[in-house]
Design a protein around this ligand. Structure first.
Ligand code: FES
Ligand code: FES
Length: 197
């Protein structure tokens, strides 16, 4: 970060990598990363639910770790690698995880979905091809709240994505691409915004 300026209206230049692209923004150092992403970088996929680190709707990957972007100041993201829900899909179509959310009804109103996808992505990178148990998925997603699905459909979707469909059979009648699941914790331990497990 450079060019701090002075006074209450000071702005600073923050350099970070977002979805693989180097970005520089001039923002107040304490502006929330969530707002930087949505307002300054035109990436509205990350959602605001509570704004207090409780719901996980604002989750992004920060240097590979799922964090609540409503609790991260812009200055804390200096030099970080950020991945938002917009960065999860391939150039065309949706990722396997996103498709599983579609197939299993893991996305309903969709407010929680970007955060769920981000945190599930972190989990699946950790498990490296092993299908996580129901309990593991639920523990990983403990900081992501959903008011619609009852969670089991989300758990099934994550496990199916891990096992290429082996963990849980795709529900009969599910249509591929029927509904977009692109979507476009609590206090932290490893770094600000890190979700508690
Ligand atoms: S908006 Fe709820 S945790 Fe960030
Ligand atoms: S799908 Fe509506 S809050 Fe999760």
């Amino acid at each position: 970060m450079s060019d701090p300026g002075s006074g209450v209206n000071k702005v600073a230049t923050v350099s970070l990598t977002v979805n693989g692209r180097r970005r520089r923004v001039r923002v107040p150092p304490m502006k929330r990363l969530l707002d930087v992403l949505r307002e300054d970088l035109a990436l509205p996929g990350s959602k605001e639910g509570c704004g207090e680190g409780e719901c996980g709707a604002c989750s992004v990957l920060m240097d590979g770790v799922s964090v609540n972007s409503c609790l991260i100041a812009a200055s804390q993201a200096e030099g970080a690698r950020i991945v938002t829900v917009e960065g999860l899909a391939p150039a065309r179509g949706v990722s396997r995880l996103q498709q599983a959310f579609i197939d299993f009804g893991g996305a309903q109103c969709g407010i929680c979905t970007p955060g769920m996808l981000i945190t599930a992505t972190e989990l699946l990178r950790r498990t490296r091809g092993r299908v996580p148990s129901d309990a593991e998925v639920r523990e990983a997603l403990v900081g992501n709240l959903c008011r619609c699905t009852g969670y089991q459909k989300i758990v099934d979707a994550v496990r199916a994505a891990a096992g290429a469909g082996r963990a849980t059979k795709r529900p009969a009648g599910a249509k591929r691409g029927a509904k977009r699941a692109s979507g476009a914790g609590r206090s932290k331990t490893r770094r600000p915004g890190r979700k508690a497990k």
